[in-house]
Design a protein around this ligand. Structure first.
Ligand SMILES: [Zn+2]
Length: 240
């Protein structure tokens, strides 16, 4: 199994006190809707932040279309609060990109806007949706990130995550795994912060994925990723 650049720790001893990172990484996890970054990457986000790295979670939209019977403004207010609560659990910083759920746009102006926002963060690593996905907004953020990565001269590492594989993400063949056994409880809590999204239902699906990826990786729970082969190689072995 190939490691993911999760941690550059000052000692290899592990257990107990989290070691201070030698180099603090800036990680961006970019999802389309509140609950996407958490369900695709929540365990990995918590592993980074527990090690002292900085994670910003980009939400392309506020999930405006995601609560039946509520107006866009009402749903956005509820789901923004849920996203903030989830980020608090994961010790990450939420950033709202400002597009609208169900109507995400990919055009030259949006590419430029998104590239500016990403550039302002100077990330070392960016995670986003795998582009072969049934949801248009998932495909939109994936393309916005990819374009920003090209504009930035491919200077940050680019990884793709999966959501509801089979139902949404498809044709996803992982290249990397992160053991999320130590942070699965935080991931679960962050997903359940999205109370408006029927977490009992969607987390059951992700629980199966975490277990299956864990089986593949030889751990109880894992998250799986595809690394863009042209990412700068700052991969560091993940101690498993
Ligand atoms: Zn989504």
């Amino acid at each position: 199994m190939v490691g993911l650049p999760l941690a550059e720790v000052s000692s290899g001893s592990a257990q107990g006190e989290p070691p201070a990172p030698k180099r603090k990484l800036k990680v961006i996890v970019a999802g389309a809707h509140p609950d996407d970054p958490e369900s695709g990457c929540g365990g990995t986000i918590a592993r980074y932040t527990e090690l002292g790295h900085e994670v910003a979670v980009f939400y392309l939209t506020r999930g405006e279309a995601g609560i039946r019977g509520k107006s866009h403004d009402e749903a956005a207010a509820v789901r923004t609060a849920e996203a903030k609560k989830a980020c608090e659990i994961l010790k990450a910083r939420p950033v709202f990109v400002g597009q609208i759920d169900g109507s995400a746009e990919v055009n030259p102006a949006r590419y430029a806007e998104f590239a500016r926002m990403l550039e302002a963060e100077s990330p070392d690593l960016v995670y986003t949706h795998w582009p072969v996905d049934t949801h248009r907004d998932h495909r939109a953020i994936s393309l916005l990130v990819f374009d920003a990565w090209l504009s930035a001269g491919k200077k940050f590492a680019l990884y793709y995550f999966e959501v509801l594989s089979g139902a949404q993400t498809s044709q996803f063949r992982p290249t990397h795994y992160v053991d999320i056994t130590p942070t699965e409880a935080k991931k679960r809590a962050a997903c359940f912060a999205h109370a408006s999204q029927d977490p009992d239902d969607f987390y059951e699906y992700h629980d199966a994925m975490n277990r299956f990826r864990g089986m593949e990786a030889g751990r109880k729970y894992a998250e799986a990723f595809v690394r863009h082969a042209q990412s700068p190689d700052d991969s560091l072995p993940l101690a498993l």
